[in-house]
Write a protein of this length. Structure first.
Length: 767
């Protein structure tokens, strides 16, 4: 989890100064996107009625009930929660059902960890009850901490500490002559997605992997630990999936197709996303004796956590003994699907989703977001009973199996892929929800809609708009001396007074199958930055009692999420013309292409500098002979990479996007007076625009991921890589591949532009 903070005094100054800037916009705001003047007034009235139906007491009651028992995949309470929601949807007037998929889901039969040698230690592998937390004492149905989709194994070997276990960490080890082959690695959470840690360990020859939570990252170095504060206590353990989801998410045995009866399934040994070595998450209480046993070089400063020990890299003289045995059977996942049929465009779907499964009790992750979704559904159902009808069909979904690998959403999207490609115009996701600032990411054609909606919702704490607070937060984050280039760019754009940029989406929640496989435009929303939930992430202490103390005690931000998400759903359902703006995507693409040019130049400069240092034997001169560090391996030269096709495609798209925005603006000023046939054609093509950013052949080595602009990185996990076919090839020094995918991506963008030109022509055509 990323902790987001804002300095109060600077925030106050920013809030006072940015209000007048909100109206500024390079693309000429024509009022409520997609609506005529009269239509906008009616829509605002509808949204006010919707808001009045939201009651924080509902969310509190539902959260307490749904987090009262362990709700991991296959548990009785997981099924009970699905049946509870099904009954509620039906009570509220929705057409609802549970769609079940039987998926491979291994659960632990035996886990054990011990240290041999002169200072033996047996790991507890247990999270004890804490005072004041009613569910922390529950034992029935609570599984021991585990990393799902790691391999089975019974191994004994010395330990090696690998810091965060990322590629640069293995380079540091190699330069010190430390080899992890035949060893059990111990790595700390953070620095990259957990699933990459055992994957890279396996690729480097390790026979086992232990992942612990260092207090530097989410324990006492961040704040008081639970129950005094919200942060991870010494026995807290972060569970999680370690499936190789950079290949594909979902059931490991049914890539690309729904896990339905009769579906072709891979043999277990052929599943690419299942690791071969045993993996186990542990607490920092259990990690401390293991880390103390290490000898070898003292770890570099940036490898050191906050434990009161000297961090060594290893190997240990004593051996560790690790056992992981799992039940590799199938378990059912229960997706709760509810629909309200559209009145005029029933074959256009607005899909809204959040998952309901957790690792144990899951109050924050995911149920805080899920109860906000339920509140929306209840309010919309009431509006429906009062006579309102959405123009487009609403599909509300509470997914199961997200934690293990986006199981429920992926299997549902793969099963219904053809229908989604024909009908879905937006997938709107949420997951966790806390307190603080709205974070939004997704398809940039919906960026302006997010900004307009956020401008109309009041922040519960400050009483300014959610957008004003979001803008202030982005500006402060970008002002930090340690801010990354993207944060600085976002701050610059936010300060200019136009739209606050939304982030690109990588992976880590249920939008992946919709956006990156099927090609449905997607958004992801949630509030955070002021809550102290990160320290109990994926542990037994993610509970109702923790949430009402350190999350969103009054559920006011749960209501705020319901308002933001609900307004987006209602506007997308009822707009005369879909509320999309393609100039925002074009502007964003320009930034991505500029970043690629800079990446190439930076690679070239860094390579030239490295070659000079190697040729002059500088590394050898600074190496301490008593603690030798080898020079780095020589990097390959950077050739001339031809990005001109991307430059040209982006330039042409900018012209077409401006033409669309102009035509859209004129139609908006005219009240969107289109014939029924024109309106249907325009909305049909607009709804499919995101699909034209996909390529059926997919990305290099992972054909499941078909979006050419947004994808999770192969070496970042959740983190996004934009223009991934080109960017990742440059980063990995696969120069020929970079040039090849510059052409592939340019061709994709040309197809996108051609479809946009068709829409523009329809808008210009007299009705």
């Amino acid at each position: 989890m990323t902790r987001l903070t804002i300095r109060p005094l600077l925030a106050a100054c920013l809030l006072a100064s940015i209000g007048s800037a909100l109206a500024a916009d390079d693309h000429h705001d024509q009022g409520m996107l997609g609506f005529s003047t009269d239509g906008a007034a009616a829509q605002q009235s509808l949204e006010q009625r919707f808001d009045a139906l939201l009651d924080p007491a509902d969310q509190r009651e539902w959260l307490k009930q749904m987090s009262s028992g362990p709700n991991q995949v296959g548990s009785p309470h997981d099924k009970a929660n699905a049946e509870f929601m099904l009954a509620k949807f039906k009570e509220w007037g929705w057409d609802a059902h549970i769609e079940t998929f039987d998926v491979l889901y291994p659960t632990p039969k035996k886990v054990a960890l011990e240290l041999k040698g002169p200072h033996p230690y047996t790991a507890k592998l247990h999270e004890p009850p804490v005072p004041g937390d009613a569910t922390s004492g529950i034992k029935e149905g609570v599984l021991p901490p585990y990393n799902v989709y790691g391999g089975d194994g019974d191994v004994s070997a010395p330990l090696v500490y690998v810091n965060y276990g990322m590629p640069d960490d293995y380079k540091d080890l190699a330069r010190r002559g430390i080899d992890v082959r035949g060893k059990i690695v111990i790595t700390r959470y953070g620095g990259g997605w957990r699933g990459l840690k055992p994957k890279l360990a396996q690729e480097h020859g390790a026979v086992g992997c232990l992942i612990y939570s260092d207090p530097r990252d989410d324990g006492y170095a961040e704040g008081d630990t639970y129950p005094q504060g919200g942060w991870r206590p010494e026995d807290g353990v972060q569970r999680g999936s370690v499936a190789d989801m950079q290949q594909y998410p979902g059931d490991p045995l049914t890539p690309g197709v729904g896990s339905t009866p009769g579906a072709k399934r891979l043999a277990l040994k052929d599943a690419k996303t299942i690791l071969k070595i045993p993996v186990l998450p542990i607490s920092y209480a259990d990690a401390t004796p293991l880390l103390k046993s290490l000898t070898g070089p003292v770890a570099p400063e940036h490898w050191r956590g906050a434990l009161p020990i000297t961090y060594h890299m290893g190997p240990s003289k004593a051996q560790a003994h690790l056992t992981v045995q799992s039940d590799w059977g199938q378990k059912p996942v229960y997706d709760v699907i509810a629909t309200l049929k559209g009145s005029t465009e029933p074959d256009r779907w607005v899909v809204r989703g959040n998952h309901h499964d957790g690792w144990v009790f899951g109050a924050w992750d995911p149920l805080a977001g899920n109860v906000a979704l339920l509140a929306e559904a209840k309010a919309i159902g009431t509006l429906y009973k009062q006579g309102w009808r959405p123009q487009r069909t609403l599909v509300y979904a509470s997914w199961d199996g997200e934690e293990a690998g986006l199981l429920g959403s992926t299997e549902w999207a793969e099963t219904h892929a053809d229908e989604l490609k024909q009908k879905a115009v937006l997938y709107l996701n949420s997951d966790t929800n806390g307190r603080g600032f709205l974070e939004a990411g997704g398809s940039h054609s919906y960026q302006h809609l997010v900004n307009q909606v956020a401008a109309g919702v009041t922040d519960p704490e400050t009483k300014v708009s959610v957008l004003e607070r979001m803008r202030a937060h982005v500006m402060v984050q970008g002002s930090s001396k340690d801010a990354k280039a993207e944060a600085k760019e976002f701050a610059k754009l936010a300060a200019a007074g136009g739209d606050v940029p939304i982030a690109a989406l990588g992976s880590g929640s249920d939008y992946s199958a919709f956006l990156q496989h099927v090609g449905v435009a997607s958004l992801d929303l949630g509030f955070n930055g002021e809550d102290d939930n990160g320290g109990i992430y994926h542990s037994a202490y993610d509970s109702f009692d923790h949430y009402v103390r350190f999350g969103d005690p009054d559920f006011q931000y749960g209501v705020a999420l319901s308002k933001v998400a609900g307004h987006i759903v209602l506007r997308t359902a009822d707009a005369s013309v879909l509320p999309m703006r393609f100039g925002d995507f074009s502007d964003t693409l320009d930034r991505y292409v500029d970043e690629l040019h800079k990446l190439v130049e930076d690679k070239r400069k860094d390579t030239e500098q490295q070659h000079q240092l190697l040729d002059k034997h500088v590394y050898a001169l600074v190496s301490d002979p008593t603690r030798p560090i080898l020079p780095p391996e020589r990097d390959s030269d950077v050739p001339d990479i031809k990005l001109a096709p991307l430059d040209e495609a982006a330039k042409k798209l900018k012209k077409s996007a401006q033409a669309f925005d102009d035509a859209y603006g004129k139609r908006a000023a005219d009240g969107f007076r289109l014939s029924a046939g024109q309106q249907q054609q325009v909305n049909e093509l607009m709804g499919r625009m995101e699909q034209s950013l996909t390529d059926a052949s997919g990305l290099p080595g992972r054909p499941w991921f078909q979006h050419m602009i947004y994808a999770p990185g192969m070496l970042t996990g959740y983190g996004v890589k934009t223009v991934p076919g080109v960017r990742e090839a440059i980063e990995a020094r696969r120069w020929d591949e970079a040039g090849q995918f510059a052409q592939v991506t340019a061709k994709t963008l040309d197809g996108y532009r051609e479809q946009l030109d068709k829409i523009t022509a329809m808008l210009k055509k007299s009705s």
